[in-house]
Ligand binder design. Structure first.
Ligand code: F6R
Length: 591
């Protein structure tokens, strides 16, 4: 994953690079580093851990002409200061930050070693720096060295590069990892996403795979296959990329509390009071498609499972695949299939790989993302936004509800069922009440801080909600949590139930209520610590949290939020880094 940021020109580069890096920490936070040109040399400073530690060692009085910085999610080499970026070539001509993975770095390293290059780290990035240096020393041109380096590298890379002989220029190259340029007054900027740049500019250039070149304070040049190409400038609404804790202790709780307004905004964007506002050609294509195939990862995959349940009654064959697996076995790419790609970030590498496969075969994709201008959004046949607003906490919360409600709206549009809109509005109301009673959930969380494992059980829609609930507890509270359909317990997992084992039971649907209640009794008989989250209509007085009623097909939006709050408070009680859980990153840009 990793986040990179770079700039050249007349702005306070220390402030821009360090603040920008903090905004990119959601992409990884194992180590951080900065390099800048000042007083005839390139200075490199790196730390293991967070950007705040880096900030403490970078002098406040620097005034560089060009600088680059990096926050790392370790792929090759341990997450220590040595392996932290930036990395330098042997003669220190090139200093580089890199996001991506170089698949052939071992043979390249071997070839360079034979030619006398020495390597000091375990990273693939050091290979890029030295390869650039060698190719520059042979050709005498940085641009030619970049072109040759790109030809030699296999894998993914977004790189920002300082060349020690040109202190007023910042080089870059990109393939399969995100990178965009920003054009500010008196400065050229680049970063992995717009967020670090939005305080300086609203004018961006999205780079294509294979682009390389340089930026200067008042110029930029982009090359592709050795041809100079004309930059395509795009203006973005920078307010969409700004975020602040606004007094909340964590982004996760802030973003959970935003969910009712996210639901309302989504409805306003896709329904005008009498008609659905989806692209007509897309609706036509969906109606005539025989198959709908969802592709996604993580939370977006669980939201897609809900979508599949909505779409099946339309008489279509509906499949849901985990993107990283489908890419190995890409079946179903045919004229009568539409692929729906669900992604909060729009930059998930596994999904981008699937999209490339589908696009290469001429297939149709509908992308539902939360990020305008993201790779998946730009490369889809039809692109739709989730309007959840910037999600900063690594754990997805508001985007899950936005995705599920979006799919319910899309399905309603296909069926001309306008009544669905009022049912979704009701979800927003129910969530207001759930959030106003969050301290009840906090009290439940206090009871389980010593538990190491948890089971989530439910049937039907509640099983789908259980999967997302278990994921939240895993990632932010570090509990080993697994979801099972209630009916499956007796086929094995019940052997793991001991006195005190935490089981979270979800029940919302009258159709399955009596069967799942039987399962709860079986668990109670084995002395599990049972916490049941239910909807009012199917509740029982001993339930741990009873939420207001919504239609069963929308209930996961309510019960998942209860589970999100539960995970949040367990993590809070355990004193964990809620917004940046260990080993994770928000945007998973490596496969
Ligand atoms: C979990 C979480 C991840 C993401 C997954 C896909 O809370 O955030 O599981 O859902 O990495 O990311 P997107 O939706 O950006 O494609």
């Amino acid at each position: 994953m990793c986040g990179i940021v770079g700039g050249v020109g007349n702005i306070n580069l220390r402030e821009y690079l360090l603040t920008g890096l903090k905004k990119l920490e959601y992409r990884g936070y194992d180590s951080a580093g900065i390099a800048y040109y000042e007083s005839s040399e390139v200075i490199v400073q790196k730390v293991s851990g967070r950007v705040s530690s880096l900030e403490a060692v970078v002098s406040e009085n620097i005034a560089p002409t060009v600088g680059i910085a990096h926050t790392r999610w370790a792929t090759h080499g341990q997450p220590n200061a040595l392996n932290a970026h930036p990395h330098q070539s042997n003669q220190k001509l090139f200093t580089i930050v890199h996001n991506g993975v170089i698949e052939n770095f071992r043979p390249l390293r071997q070839q360079l070693t034979v030619r006398g290059y020495q390597f000091h780290t375990e990273t693939d990035t050091e290979v890029i720096a030295n390869l650039l240096e060698r190719l520059f020393l042979r050709s005498g041109s940085v641009i030619e060295a970049l072109a040759q380096t790109m030809e030699a590298l296999e894998g993914s890379f977004a790189c920002a590069i300082i060349f020690a002989q040109e202190p007023n220029r910042l080089y870059f190259m990109k393939k399969a990892s995100p990178l965009l340029l920003g054009v500010a007054k008196g400065a050229g900027l680049l970063a992995s996403d717009p967020v670090p740049m939005v305080d300086y500019t609203s004018r961006f250039v999205d780079l294509e795979d294979g682009d390389y070149g340089y930026i200067e304070a008042d110029d930029l040049k982009i090359y592709h296959d050795r041809v100079l190409v004309k930059p395509v400038f795009a203006t973005r609404n920078v307010d969409l990329f700004k975020s602040d804790l606004e007094g909340y202790p964590h982004y996760m709780i802030k973003e959970i509390e935003e969910i009712p307004s996210v639901v309302k905004r989504l409805v306003d964007n896709y329904y005008d009071g009498s008609e659905f506002l989806f692209n007509r050609n897309m609706i036509k294509a969906l109606r005539s498609a025989k198959k709908i195939h969802f592709l996604a990862c993580g939370t977006s995959y669980y939201a897609s499972k809900m979508g599949a349940k909505y779409f099946r009654p339309l008489g279509k064959s509906v499949l849901v695949s985990i993107a990283s697996e489908w890419a190995y076995d890409p079946y179903d790419v045919s004229d009568d299939t539409i692929f729906i790609l669900m992604s909060q970030s729009g930059e998930t590498a596994d999904l981008i790989r699937c999209q490339k496969i589908i696009n290469a075969s001429g297939g149709i994709t509908i992308a539902a993302t939360n990020t305008k201008g993201s790779t998946i959004e730009r490369k889809a046949t039809y692109s739709l936004l989730l309007y959840a607003g910037l999600e900063v906490a690594v754990a997805s919360t508001k985007s899950y509800v936005a995705q599920v409600c979006f799919l319910a709206l899309l399905c309603a549009a296909l069926k001309n069922e306008n009544a669905v809109v009022a049912e979704i509005d009701r979800v927003a109301e129910a969530l207001h009440e759930v959030i106003s009673r969050k301290e009840e959930i906090h009290d439940l969380a206090k009871q389980v801080t010593k538990n190491k494992d948890a089971f989530f059980v439910g049937r039907g829609y509640d099983f789908l909600a259980s999967m997302e609930g278990a994921l939240k507890l895993k990632e932010v509270a570090y509990l080993h949590a697994e979801a099972y359909p209630g009916g499956e317990l007796k086929h094995g997992p019940i052997a793991l139930i001991e006195p005190g084992t935490l089981v979270v039971g979800l029940v919302s649907d009258p159709e399955v209520a009596s069967s799942i209640r039987n399962n709860f009794e079986e668990l109670r008989a084995r002395k599990a610590k049972l916490l049941i989250f239910s909807l009012h209509k199917v509740s029982s007085p001993e339930d741990a949290f009873i939420a207001p009623d919504v239609k069963p097909y929308l209930a996961p939006n309510v019960l998942v939020v209860v589970a999100q709050l539960f995970a949040y408070y367990v993590a809070l009680e355990k004193g964990l880094p809620i917004d940046k859980p260990r080993n994770l990153a928000k945007s998973v840009t490596v496969e």
